[in-house]
Each structure stands twice: as C-alpha cells, then as structure tokens.
Design a protein around this ligand. Structure first.
Ligand code: MN
Length: 228
C-alpha cells in the first residue's frame, strides 16, 4: 500500500498513568445540555430534541499547548465541558451498552466563534465555521473510566487568569453521558476512538490573546493552556 501524498497524522490524546495514547476518530458535541446555559443563550430548553454538531479530530489541542486566537472572529468564547472517550461503539445502543462503551473521561473547551455562530443562527446556516475550526478543542489527558469516580456532584470548573468563569455539576446535565451516547447512536455508528463533548454550564464568555485557562473535572482531569 502506498499513498500519493503522505497520510495525515493520527490525532491522539495522552492518558494519565501510561505512555500509551488514545487515538481519535471523530469528535461529537451536544449543545444546550445545561438549562442555565440554554437560557443565557436565549434558547429554549428542549430535552426531547438534543442538538449535535461535530469537530474534526485534528482540532483537538493537548494539555499545555498554546491555542492560537482564531482568524475571522472578534468574539472567541470558552465553553468548559466534560469529555467522554469511547472504547467501543455501535448503532442503536441501549443505556447499558452506552455505559459499557465509555473508555475514559477528560475535560475540554468547546471553543466557539460566538459572532459567527450568531450569524449562522440568524441565517439558518451550518455551524462549522463557528465550532469546527483549527485548535477549537483543547482537551486534557484522559483518565480511564475504571479510575474515575463520577457523581452528580462532580464539579466542572473553568478559571481564566485565576478568576472563576464557569462552574457546574454533572448532575445538572439535561442528558447524561450514557443518554448522549444512546441518542448519538441512533444517528451515527459510533466507534472506538470517538470523543464526546457533553455540554457547558452557564458563564460562557470571551477569551483574549494572552489569557491563561485552567479547566477541571474535579479530581479526574485538568487542562491548562494559553490563548496566543
Ligand atoms: Mn459546547
């Protein structure tokens, strides 16, 4: 087998406690998964109609790496989210199968060109340029599911330049991780290597060049970086 151009690099994430890495296939994201965030965006809370979008796997930025301020926007927003990595997949999964497909957890930022998203919403256009741009998905090292003690009270936090910007608890998600996987599996065949961004709590706001961010999924994963 030979290629006419060099094949693209395999996107991957580090794993806590080992040198082996987690290879990435697709990145799925759910929108409006916290009621208070839906409200701050002036959008209705609609449990029955989960909103999904995707980012390319090569938009993932590892912990500690600089994030270049993207072109084409004057309003780059942070959205801190729990990230779920899949070690299995399938279509039309039930809740038990969805839970079993979870390989590990991390924390990430669903970076958003908020001005382009607002324009897309106003014109009924797709969200790709608002959500799926280069470097739009900083993600921590992953913690294997067997080592992660998650509960409804597990906190998600984002500090920017030392000030608390976002805080939420997993129990406030409208759809939990297994429910997101079940719903996605009705629309896509999920596979090992897929990553899910599970939605952001309230408090989304702008990032500027020079800002340092510190995201935490309490006791499970941490992400540091700087907008440059
Ligand atoms: Mn988001």
């Amino acid at each position: 087998m030979s290629y006419v151009i060099p094949p693209p690099a395999q996107a991957s994430l580090p794993i806590l406690g080992t040198d082996a890495r987690f290879p990435l296939r697709r990145v799925f994201c759910i929108g409006r998964n916290y009621a208070e965030h839906a409200r701050e965006m002036n959008m209705p809370v609609d449990r029955a109609r989960p909103l999904f979008f995707c980012k390319p796997a090569d938009a993932v930025v590892a912990d500690g790496a600089d994030v270049p301020y993207p072109s084409g926007t004057a309003n780059l927003h942070h959205e801190v989210e729990m990230v779920v990595a899949l070690g299995g997949g399938g279509s039309h999964l039930d809740t038990a199968q969805a839970q079993a497909a979870i390989w590990g957890y991390g924390v990430g930022l669903d970076l958003t060109r908020r001005d382009l998203q607002a324009e897309a919403k106003a014109h009924g256009d797709p969200w790709d340029t608002a959500k799926a741009f280069d470097h739009s998905a900083p993600v921590s090292a992953l913690r294997p599911a067997g080592e992660a003690r998650l509960s409804a009270d597990t906190a998600l936090r984002l500090h920017v330049n030392g000030a608390l910007r976002q805080q939420g608890r997993l129990g406030d998600m409208l759809h939990d991780a297994a429910q997101i996987i079940v719903a996605l599996s009705m629309l896509f065949e999920l596979k090992a290597g897929d990553l899910l961004f599970t939605g952001t709590p309230a408090g989304v706001a702008a990032l500027a060049r020079g800002d340092r961010f510190h995201a935490e999924l309490d006791g499970i994963a941490e992400l540091h970086g700087q907008i440059v």
